[in-house]
Design a protein around this ligand. Structure first.
Ligand code: ADP
Ligand code: ADP
Length: 228
């Protein structure tokens, strides 16, 4: 369970987040929706411990995490994977090289890296591109590589930052369906931020609506959006 209590964040004169309370159950696909400037990225950076809030607390289960530093912070961050709108992959490396990267950093042995990369290529269904360079891939294929890399170290949480916003509708559906299948199979928690309502409707169980740095609504998707 990820718990945010009374989170606030200011940048100069801007209140990016004010009194944000949120509970994200383990093993759920949780959506955070809002217009540009609503505070979504700031919230995601605080949840993923890339940035500290000015006020409030972040808890993973019973552990307070927003105050962690040094080794403890690194260990906690290793239990999270992230994917982005612009993929953030290493263009000089092959598909396999990108997926292997976090495992190399973690000091895994070469033989184990090979085995794990094979497993991940399989999981995201991109085996035939293992040796391809990044520039030879479509956007959807790049996002598959990014998902594999994010999952390489077996995280507990996958954070998705506008992960389908650069993709066409058909590719968006394929990537969302992959994320849903992986979530079901692995039992991880998925938190995704987006400005696209269809994304929330198609895979999220619960949603929070962010406006001007405040949560104006939250609950099961069917209730918040009154879907028939
Ligand atoms: P969203 O992701 O929903 O578009 P953001 O979290 O990026 O929203 O931004 C929320 C508000 O905080 C905006 O007004 C934005 O301009 C401001 N903001 C975000 N990050 C910074 C920053 N690093 N420096 C100054 N202002 C920022
Ligand atoms: P099974 O019992 O079918 O192997 P698991 O859920 O234990 O199912 O794992 C399926 C595969 O996914 C395994 O190869 C495992 O290494 C990998 N895996 C397990 N948990 C995670 C995770 N959180 N992120 C990424 N991969 C994982």
């Amino acid at each position: 369970m990820i718990i945010l209590k009374q989170i606030s964040k200011q940048y100069a004169q801007v209140n990016a987040l004010s009194s944000v309370d949120l509970v994200i159950p383990t093993g759920c696909i949780y959506g955070i929706i809002g217009k540009s400037g609503a505070g979504k990225s700031t919230l995601l950076r605080i949840m993923s411990l890339l940035e500290q809030p000015d006020g409030g607390e972040v808890l993973y289960g019973s552990q307070r995490v927003d105050t962690l530093s040094g080794k403890e912070l690194l260990l906690r961050r290793r239990k999270m994977g992230m994917i982005f709108q612009n993929f953030n992959l290493l263009s000089s490396r092959t598909v396999s090289g990108n997926i292997a990267y976090p495992l190399e950093i973690a000091g895994m042995h070469n033989k184990d890296i090979h085995r794990r990369v094979d497993e991940l290529l399989e999981m995201v269904d991109i085996r035939d591109k293992r040796k391809a360079r990044l520039r030879e891939l479509s956007g959807g294929q790049k996002q598959r590589v990014a998902i594999a890399r994010a999952l390489a170290a077996k995280p507990e949480v996958l954070y998705c930052d506008e992960a389908t916003s650069a993709l066409d509708p058909q590719t968006t559906r394929a990537i969302l369906s992959l994320i849903r299948n992986l979530q079901e199979h692995l039992g991880i928690t998925v938190v995704l931020i987006t400005h696209q309502m269809p994304v929330i409707r198609s895979i999220c169980r619960e949603v929070a609506v962010l406006e001007g740095g405040r949560i104006v609504e939250q609950g099961p998707v069917a209730e918040v959006f009154d879907t028939p």
